[in-house]
Design a binder for this molecule. Sequence first.
Ligand code: MN
Length: 720
Amino acid sequence: MIRQFELVERVKAYDPSADEDALNRAYVFAMKVHGSQIRLSGDPYFSHPLEVAGILTEYKVDVASIITALLHDTIEDTETTLEDITRLFGKGVAQLVDGVTKLTRIEFQSDQAKQAENFRKFILAMSEDIRVLLVKLADRLHNMRTLHFIEKPEKRRRIAVETMDIYAPLAERIGMQGMKNELEDLAFGELNPDARKSILNRLDFLREKGGDLVPRIIAELEKTLSDNGIQASIRGREKTPFSVWEKMQEKDLGFEQLSDIMAFRVIVDSVEDCYRALGIAHGAYPVVPGRFKDYLSTPKPNGYQSLHTGVFGPERQRIELQIRTADMHDVAEHGVAAHWNYKQNGVSKTAPQYRWLRELLDILEHAEEPEEFLEHTKLEMFKDQVFCFTPRGDLINLPRGATPVDFAYAVHSEVGDRCVGAKINGRMMPLRSELRNGDQVEIITSKAQTPSPTWENFAVTGKARARVRRYVRLLERDEYTKLGRAILERAFQEEGHEYSDMALGDVLAVFHYQTAEDLCAEVGAGHHTGRDVVEAVYPGTRKRKKDSKVVALGKARTRLGKEQGSGSDQTGVSIKGLIPGMAMHFADCCHPLPGDRIVGIVTTGKGVTIHTIDCETLGEFVDASERWLDVSWNVGNEDNTAHVGRIHLTVLNVPGSLGDLSSVIANNEGNISNLKITNRSPQFFEMLIDIEVRDVKHLTGVMAALRADPAINSVERARG
Ligand code: MN
């Protein structure tokens, strides 16, 4: 732990006029109020604010910032109040501590309510005085250095993600390159430890393979420059594992193709020397095309200045050179902190080149609308996001293009599942509306509502899409299972067996399913017929059925022979007008039922096919009148056996509709013998259903009952 006098000495070293007394009082006060609190590392809690202060001395920040660092957790974690701090350390320090405390309370990645006002304060706190951000960044850096002491992996991960997403970009934004690199690399180690380790191994290998290559290159570069009258101090710079990783991702390059793993900083005395050194390097070594950048005449937005170039340097090594003055180097490493001007006895709150901060302040002073505020103040890192608010003012942050459905799911899964509508800024708007920055969104929910499949067409967040998809899949499966089970029950019954899920036990493997539900669902979806399953459970069923058909036809023939002019199938239905001895079957396209007006079509070798008079297939025979046979049902024939009628049905694609469908049919004594979904849209199912009924009157009754069901959009007989 840094001792009291050490901390004071460190500050005095760069700021001889520092208020020693205030530093000492802050040290003692923080130590006292944190008392016996312990960090997860087992260290006394006070070691944390002390380390944060220590980190900040490396950036040579002013005494107020160091004191703020020492006190930064006292309001959050001890009995200390802001008034105490004002009384003991003055208003300036109190404001800084207050600012840091507010930043600390904002957890960007957490599911906890994020207050709009707090977000505003976040921007305000850090833009009013950039030192708030400096302390917060140092705080985060120390927390990242000690991240491994946190036991819960989810918590470590959340902090690492937040560091990567929010704090590292902020550090870069204010030019603190060293801070940014370390934050990123620590977060990288948490988020992708394997990748980091393999890059480290590779860097080690290259370093060993190179031997004293780096010192040799430095020596030769220095000599080349000094031979031409430039005094330069050159340092080798190795990239952090994360920056190597980032380059590999960004450029989709392999490790070996990264030319700038070896980079050298050339620090010279003046701007002129920068350009002269560049000229000398370009004269002495072949230039790597496309690598030259002049950040000297055009600094980066964060104030960074340097000349960059790539050359095939000493020993034919491909290297990157960054040429700059000592002042520029200071800015590059320390960013905003390099601009403190102690000699003038004051602190420039925002260094003049941080235009984005000044603009931020400007807008904060003038913005009236929350939307305008957010639209203009959003940092570059937030460019792919929109910030919206709940009526209570909680901040919900979403990707661009997000809709009220995404918003609802971001609030809570339940809210998403039950959302029926949305008010955006007080007006009812469609759920597919795109949200804009600053929108206040009120989600209207209903207990009766369930996720709609159509939401998947416009929801953009993974969470919303996954929930909707999962729900729809579950629902469909449930429907299919019910339907499938009903089909199987009847199919089993027909063959004189009792259906139970247990009965399927032995044949599940044959169909490659795990459970009876799976098989039922597949039957319901029309992938297997009930008969397929019965056949599998009771082998031989189908064969017997076929046999009986042949027998029946034989019988029919015999009967037809005796009773001229009428025909009958195995069920005893007789048809008038058939030629004696002629085979007869009902057409699959229209499934004629007793009571339908029918016609027979003579097909060579196959006998007579009976169609309904309005079957579309008959169109094929208009030019073959000789094949038409005038037939009709033999009225008065009592017939209680089943015939198959086929209907075409359009059902709303809503929860429960398929279940309704099967119960309506069952309640009307019909039995689904086969079902085929012919078309599926988010709104509708279209399907063909074969229903076993007694006659056309029975089918008409079933169809009428179906039409009465609100979920069923249209019902008609299939006509070929
Ligand atoms: Mn802290």
